[in-house]
Design a binder for this molecule. Structure first.
Ligand code: ZN
Ligand code: ZN
Length: 187
């Protein structure tokens, strides 16, 4: 599938902004101004993303570049900023407790899942179980970085306070040694 979202406009010269990919298409985080005379450079894609043409909520996820696009991923022009998060949607997900992958509410589920690497919870917040499985299958960072584990969190746990979830991880490690890639609530 192709997309064609209007490019956001450069705040300095009003020319179009675009994304710059690195060679392996992974680190697509920043927008640049296409006007060579303008110095507007290296701005996080998530902070300039337009409201139009962004990934829809729900399943199935739209495919771009052969990969399902998370609801939180900014689309800039005809490209996805895979490594960036849409800042407006991030706030919305936080406040309304939405899944970062599908954008739907997590409220009706007794639990959700977060990705944790070396004691740090990955940005973007919680996910449905099904969405977590999709993310860890198709997201290169989650798939290839074996320090990531996925921790089930209770419905009442919030993004501003993952302390309890991290404490469960530590406690599990102390009792059993290595943490499995998936750590259910009652492990
Ligand atoms: Zn410019
Ligand atoms: Zn979801």
């Amino acid at each position: 599938m192709t997309v064609n979202v209007p490019f956001p406009t450069c705040p300095d010269c009003h020319g179009p902004l675009t994304l710059q990919y690195d060679a392996d298409l992974n680190d697509t985080k920043y927008v640049y101004c296409l006007n060579a005379e303008c110095s507007y450079d290296g701005i996080s894609a998530g902070s300039v993303v337009s409201k139009e043409g962004q990934p829809a909520r729900g399943w199935p996820r739209q495919n771009i570049d052969g990969r399902p696009v998370p609801w939180l991923a900014p689309i800039i022009g005809d490209r996805v900023a895979w490594a960036s998060l849409n800042s407006g949607r991030l706030d919305e997900a936080d406040q309304r407790r939405l899944c970062q992958v599908c954008g739907c509410s997590l409220a009706s589920n007794p639990s959700a899942w977060i990705a944790v690497s070396q004691g740090e919870v990955a940005a973007g917040g919680a996910m449905h179980r099904r969405c977590m499985h999709l993310a860890r299958t198709v997201c290169p960072e989650l798939r290839n970085d074996l320090t990531y584990v996925f921790v089930e969190v209770h419905q009442s746990e919030r993004a501003n306070d993952w302390e309890a979830a991290l404490a469960r991880l530590t406690a599990y490690e102390e009792r059993h040694g290595p943490i499995p890639r998936l750590l259910p609530l009652h492990a």
